[in-house]
Design a protein around this ligand. Structure first.
Ligand SMILES: [Fe+2]
Ligand SMILES: [Fe+2]
Length: 158
């Protein structure tokens, strides 16, 4: 059974691929729209599940608090960038500039989680808990994926 670290890393690798895929597309092409939608939905759900399982656990440990707070505050910044992009014209140079910033910042965020944050977490979260934490992460993410899809439908109906 995978640990929470494997689950998070697998999502990150998918997100890195999607970022590269989006960067390879042009204008408001169908490919860009599809890849962006997939990225948006998955990253939102990933971040929410991370906060509610992994970071809430890390936050409960004295030596995990600052790392957890730092990452959660980066989530808020990244979320703002993604929401901004959602409201912009994909074929504009402004969109691409902002996307490049998002890509840079998010890649940095993922690298930091996999290095500093995982190292810190391995010291404070008992190894025996990491598999059940992984299971909770996956279940939470599934729920979030449905919520994001639902919000999008409601938004389109407005
Ligand atoms: Fe994160
Ligand atoms: Fe992450």
């Amino acid at each position: 059974m995978p640990s929470i670290y494997d689950d998070i890393k697998a999502d990150h690798d998918n997100h890195r691929d999607l970022l590269a895929r989006i960067a390879d597309t042009t204008g408001a092409s169908k490919d860009r729209q599809t890849a962006w939608r997939e990225f948006f939905r998955d990253v939102k759900s990933h971040a929410a599940a991370e906060e509610e399982t992994f970071y809430s656990k890390l936050m409960s440990k004295t030596w995990g608090q600052d790392a957890a707070r730092h990452s959660v505050s980066e989530h808020a910044d990244l979320d703002q960038l993604m929401e901004d992009l959602n409201g912009m014209d994909m074929s504009s140079s402004g969109w691409l500039n902002k996307f490049n910033k998002l890509r840079h910042d998010y890649e940095h965020h993922m690298d930091e989680e996999e290095d500093e944050v995982f190292t810190r977490a391995r010291k404070v979260i008992p190894e025996a808990e990491t598999k059940s934490l992984g299971t909770r992460f996956r279940a939470r993410k599934e729920k979030e994926l449905k919520l994001v899809a639902k919000k999008r439908e409601d938004h389109l109906e407005d």
